[in-house]
Structure formats: C-alpha cells, structure tokens
Design a binder for this molecule. Structure first.
Ligand code: NGO
Length: 547
C-alpha cells in the first residue's frame, strides 16, 4: 500500500532553530537539554542527554513522576548478572521471566533467576515498596553501581519498572539477535506511578481482520508504554470476529469478509483465550466489544430471524455506517444478546464488557432507550460491568457503567450529567486520540473525518481538565483508538500508532506537570532507534527531531 511517510508539502528542509542549535551542540560533543526547565528540581544542566552508549534517566516514555540522575557512575549488566525475585510470589517471578526473555537474545547472557541472596551486579525485584508513595501500580528504581533494584507494592509495579529499565538500556538491547555491549545504565533513582487507572488502546478487528500473531505484536508494542487495557472491537457491519457456539453462523458467514471484500476471519475460542493469556502476561486486560444495536449488519446477514422483516441482508464490505439495527421489538433479539454476552463474558476475565451503542442512526431514540434498558441488565446478569460509547449515557445506565467519550469537542451535556450521576468517563476524543486519522492531508493511510491529527495535536491536551464540567475525579483514563477501515496489516497499524499511541500512553500515565511537548518530542525522537530494532514501521513526523 502506498502512503506518505513524510509531510513534504510545507517542508523546506529547514531545521527549527532550537533543534539546529541542539544538533550543532551535540555534534560539538556538548550537552543538550530540550526538556522544559525546572522539573523535579532538575536544572537543564543536570539533565544530561542520552548518548550512543548510555541513556539519560530522563529519557523515558511515559515520563516518570520523579527522576534523579547521578553523574559518572554506571550499573553494568554482565554475563553473570542474575535476576533476584522475592520468595513466594509467582507473579513477581513471571516478571523476572519476562525480563529474562527480553534481555537474553541481544545480550546473549543467561540472567539466572532467584538466587538465595542477591549478588553483586544483580537486578533485584522487591515487593517492599511504599504504598503511600507508589500506590498499587507504581515502582521505585534504585540504580547503584553494583545493583539495580526495582521496589513495588505489587507485581504490576515490577512489570512497569522493567519496561522503564528496557528504555534505559541502549536501543540495541531490543534486538532479537546477539549484539555487543557494553550494557550500562546510569545511576540514580526513579520514582513513578500512573496518573489514571486506565491507559487503553483499541484495535478494530472487524473492518479488517488481524490474525492472533498480529494482535500479539501490537500487545507487545503497547505493553512497553505501560498501556494496561486493549479494547477489541469484535463486531461491526463488515464482520463478526469471535466464535459464539450458540450462533455459529455469526462467524462462518458473518466473519467471512471485511472492508474491500477480502476473506475476513475470526478467532476461535481457543485463539481468543490465547490472546487473553498473552495480554495478561503483559499486564494488559482485554475488553471485548460487541457493538449494538447499530453496526450489526454482519449478525443480521447471518441470521434472517434477527431482522424485523425476517430477511437477511447481504454481507457488507463498504465503510459507510449507521444503516443497520437489531430488531428492537422481537424477543429473539434479547435471546441472541443474552447468549452472546454470556459466551463473551465467559471468555474474558476482565470486569468490563463493551456493548458499543454508537451511531444507532437506524434505531429511533425511543427504541434505543428500550434496547439499552433490556441489555444493560444482561451485562450485569453475566457478571460484567458495562462500558459503552457515550451515546448510551442518555439512557441513564447504572452508576457502575463506564461511558466512553468519542466526540470532537470538549463539551457534551449528556457526558457531564453522567459524570455528575457517578459514571466514570473514558476519554477518546476523536480529534485527539483516534490514531486512525491521517497525520496530515498528504498521508494516504487513515481517515480524516476528525483530523488530520498531528503528533503534537494528539499529545497537547490534558485529560484531567479536557472536558467541560467533568472533574478529573470522574476520568477513568484515556484510549488510543485504532479503527481499521484503511488498515490491513501490522506495518499499517504501526504507521498510524507510532508516535501517537505513545503520546496517548504518556497522557494516561504521567502527572500533569510532566506533560510538556518540547520534552516529549525529544524523548520520542530518542525512541526511534528502539523502534528500528523492533522493526516498527513508524511515521517520521516532521514535528519530531529524529536522530
Ligand atoms: C466512529 C465510528 C466508527 C468508525 C470510526 C472511524 C465510533 C465510536 N463510531 O467512532 O464506526 O470506525 O469513527 O474513525
């Protein structure tokens, strides 16, 4: 597929002044800081830039809560470096195995796990963190010359500490084949914890289907930026992607095509269980979405009896939406929804089940309310909490339900009322966090109805204060949504998600006083060699000072 990687139109090949200055200083061997001044007591002087050999402790995405970097000394990973884990915590040991799998291929070292006493040069994982300071998911990394220790209150925090450690090693540590060291980490201390509980990404597997392996690749990419939920859009007009035993034609017929008429596909229960397991081993909870009552042509095409007129429509491979609806007045509709929710709920260990509810343009307002009043109790009946696109806020869902905002402005009365009633709000404003939008008019890949959206536009907003009359305490978090009307493979997922997904990840994780575009663009630039090692096909936005 052809696409525009650069934004050549307005580019005159000139470096912005600050960057030109920074570049010439670096060429002269000097020290440069493009970060904002005076954060966590750091002056631009003690914020040393990363070099080819070592990475500045400040050079992490999402930006940590506080960083203190020492000068001169380094922690050195050597052939005999082991990983020490606390006794009696299989989850912590899982994190150790994850770190081991991560570092073995590039270093060629063994990273033996669980020695009785931590030896010198070891990486030590400890569940002794202070809950006051770190909460449930934070960590403190203490990097000394002869030991690197990650303290956390729970295994989640250890996992996040390990993701930070990966970014503190030279980019070649991400290689899947042996490379020469040295493997040094600068000494100092990082204290870190998330601002919001939910740092989510969404992948639309309905418009184009992605195989299990492609989903796993994306999960790996998300996990390194501390994303902890993957919302999977599993059904839409163009395809039904998850096996439902009680309604088998949903997949055999409804899953047999996709946008553009390709062969589509679906996940068997076994395959889906593998996705859930793989994600959970990377601290990511899968949130399944079955979109209804609109966006249901694939289901309506599979079962004639779900249609009010008893006639099944043709399968659909276009991208216009808003024309389909389940039949609100038929009993069979609710038997169908009950079966689907029961089976999907049984396949996903997480608390939430997403019931869509967006763009029900073929359903009257009255019918939409009637539908939600019957479906919301079914979600509860099967032990789940409802999540839905913000249109369903008007049906007064129970207080426990979460509302996902996808509008293109910062005000919505129904969402504000839902927040006042006690519903948590998940933010994915389409003009900011829809990573399916083009970067600029010249990008061939992507839609543009809410965009185009540059990297800076995706980054430059504050989720805590974004929505009028919705206090930060009502915000569950943010989501980078990747709809797949134009996306057909992993390269294309990566092109749209990088660098915007890491931008949204930082908005979800980092404290508001750490959100700073000039610092972020520099840190993103420094991720490029890692992405190259990982084979990530990112977009070289001209807003970023790539190395
Ligand atoms: C909208 C629409 C989706 C599209 C997407 C494309 C929502 C919640 N419904 O977002 O069906 O795929 O835009 O950007």
């Amino acid at each position: 597929m052809k696409r525009t990687r650069e934004a050549p139109r307005n580019s005159r090949g000139l470096l912005p002044a600050a960057l030109a200055l920074a570049t010439s200083a670096m060429l002269a061997g000097g020290t440069v800081s493009v970060a904002s001044p005076q954060q966590d007591g750091a002056t631009p002087d003690n914020r040393r830039a990363s070099t080819g050999n070592t990475v500045s402790l400040h050079d992490v995405i999402p930006a940590p809560t506080s960083v203190r970097e020492e000068s001169g000394k380094k922690f050195h990973i050597r052939w005999n470096t082991g990983i020490h884990t606390p006794a009696g915590s299989p989850e912590a040991e899982e994190v150790a195995h994850h770190l081991q799998r991560q570092l073995r291929p590039s270093t060629g070292y063994g990273f033996l796990i669980n020695r009785d006493q931590p030896g010198s040069n070891d990486i030590v994982l400890r569940l002794d963190g202070s809950r006051d300071r770190l909460g449930d998911s934070g960590y403190r990394m203490d990097i000394e010359r002869d030991r690197l220790t990650i303290h956390a209150t729970a295994p989640d925090g250890l996992f996040y500490g390990v993701q930070t450690l990966r970014q503190l090693l030279p980019a070649k540590a991400e290689s899947d084949s042996p490379r020469h060291g040295p493997w040094k980490v600068r000494t100092g201390e990082i204290v870190d914890k998330p601002r919001f509980e939910r740092r989510s990404a969404m992948l639309d597997v309905a418009r184009h289907f992605f195989e299990v392996g492609q989903v796993k690749t994306y999960i790996d990419q998300l996990a390194q930026y501390k994303i902890n939920y993957l919302h999977m859009h599993l059904s839409d007009d163009q395809g039904w992607r998850i096996q439902i035993d009680s309604w088998p034609r949903l997949t055999t017929h409804g899953g047999s095509t996709e946008v553009g008429g390709g062969e589509g596909g679906y996940y068997t229960k076994r395959e889906f269980a593998e996705i859930v397991r793989y994600a959970s081993a990377r601290n990511i909870t899968i949130v399944p979405e079955i979109d209804m009552p609109g966006h249901t042509n694939a289901a309506l095409a599979s079962y004639a009896e779900l249609n009010c007129d008893g006639k099944a429509p043709e399968l659909y491979t276009g991208i216009e939406v808003g024309f389909s609806s389940l039949c609100i007045d038929k009993d069979i509709t609710y038997r169908f929804v009950d079966d689907v929710i029961r089976e999907v709920a049984a396949m996903t260990p997480g608390e939430y089940l997403h019931i869509g509810g967006d763009e029900a343009h073929a359903t009257t307002d009255e019918d939409y309310r009637k539908f939600m009043s019957k479906v919301l109790p079914l979600v509860e009946k099967h032990g789940k909490t409802a999540l839905g696109w913000h249109e369903y806020a008007k049906t007064d869902p129970p207080e426990s339900a979460m509302v996902q905002y996808w509008g293109t402005t910062n005000s919505n009365a129904e969402v504000a009322e839902a927040a006042a009633r006690g519903n948590d709000i998940l933010l994915s404003p389409a003009h900011k966090s829809y990573v399916d939008q083009k970067y600029n008019e010249d990008t061939e890949l992507g839609l543009d109805w809410a965009g185009p959206t540059t990297v800076r536009e995706a980054y430059d907003w504050n989720p805590g204060s974004f929505m009028e009359s919705v206090p930060e305490s009502s915000i569950a978090g943010v989501e980078a949504a990747l709809w797949s009307e134009t996306v057909t493979n992993s390269d294309e997922i990566e092109f749209l998600a990088f660098p915007r997904m890491p931008a949204i990840a930082e908005l979800g994780w980092s404290a508001s006083d750490k959100l700073d575009w000039s610092s972020f663009r520099q840190r993103v630039a420094d991720q490029a060699p890692r992405w190259e090692e990982q084979g990530i096909d990112f977009y070289r936005s001209e807003q970023i000072p790539w190395p």
